[in-house]
Design a protein around this ligand. Sequence first.
Ligand code: UDP
Ligand code: GLC
Length: 379
Amino acid sequence: MTRILFLDQSGKPGGAELCLVDIAKPYRDNCLVGLFADGTFKQLLEKQHIPVQVLATKAIEVRKESSLAQGLGSVKQLLPLINRVATLSRDYDLIYANTQKALVVGAIASFLSRRPLVYHLHDILSLDHFSATNRRIAVTLANRAALVIANSQASQDAFIAAGGRKDIVEFVYNGFDLALYQQPATDLKQQLGIDKDRFLVGHFSRLSPWKGQHILLEALTSCPENVTALLVGEALFGEQDYVQQLHAQVTELKLENRVKFLGFRDDVNSLMAACNLVTHTSTVAEPFGRVIVEAMLCGTPVVATQAGGAQELIESGKTGWLVTPGDAMDLAAAINNCIAQPEQSAKMAQAANLQAIQRFDVAAINKQIAQLLSKLVKT
Ligand code: UDP
Ligand code: GLC
């Protein structure tokens, strides 16, 4: 079996990290996940018996949207980490970088140790998400990889449009463990102290301006009084100002009785199953959008914004709804439509569920990845 040194810069479990857990699991007897920061992500890997080590001796800046140029500027600072990765990688067949700073370290280490580099691209390399300089650095380094795995066709297209090599990129969707979605329903509405006649709209995402939680709050003011929102997630990459802004918005719009902030939860599946509708509100293109697939697997209707990977997940009107990014009125109309047409919504959720089971089974996705990786390793 291929021996893999995975690298990830984050100590916290964002979507890219949760995806990595599923990818690394089949390799747990032959891999190491090297992290550049300590935190709850490490515990999550340990719980799954995936070997993990925090490699950075000194905390390095891990803010997701922070400047790669700054990162490169401090290559000197990164040298001990690069050397450590280069040395470690000699015991593995390949280096698998899962984030942008992991790409910087992994690319240089792979050059030193002559191990092939795989880059899992979880981002849309557009100017909405990255500065021109950061994008250029990411593409230049990624072009040195033996393989770039994009998390959606949209991420792949943006990579190529930014100068990425067509001949090394393949798109592979995130996979999901279907068994985790077959749990019996629990009455979470009651546990959360929410009346059962309330229409519960769930939002599951780290709190960050581009994830658009503020759009949902605004939309609520154009929905009936019994529509209640659950905001599940916390700021993972330092967006404290935005958190304060959201709380202020709740007060300003007098939504105190209609909004609950639950913080980060590890029982997303049960919470989603208790919701009448799941909303995804990213204001710019979502690279993939795990939460959209998770809602489908839970059998809950889902509305998402029409951009990026979300468009590959939902066929609007058939398996969910797509609305204009940043448009609170459009979102409110979709929520109101879901309330008005419960039978049609249930049918759509059922169709989405069947489709998601067929398209996103982790077993099939991992097979796809294993095939791609096996081509890179000489036997
Ligand atoms: N998530 C979670 N607990 C929370 C909020 C989110 O476990 O409180 C998970 C969610 O279920 C999803 C991931 O975090 O699997 C977020 O991934 P997504 O691709 O939707 O967005 P990202 O944050 O990676 O951009
Ligand atoms: C990133 C993206 C998200 C995607 C996840 C897993 O965090 O922002 O859209 O679903 O990676 O690939």
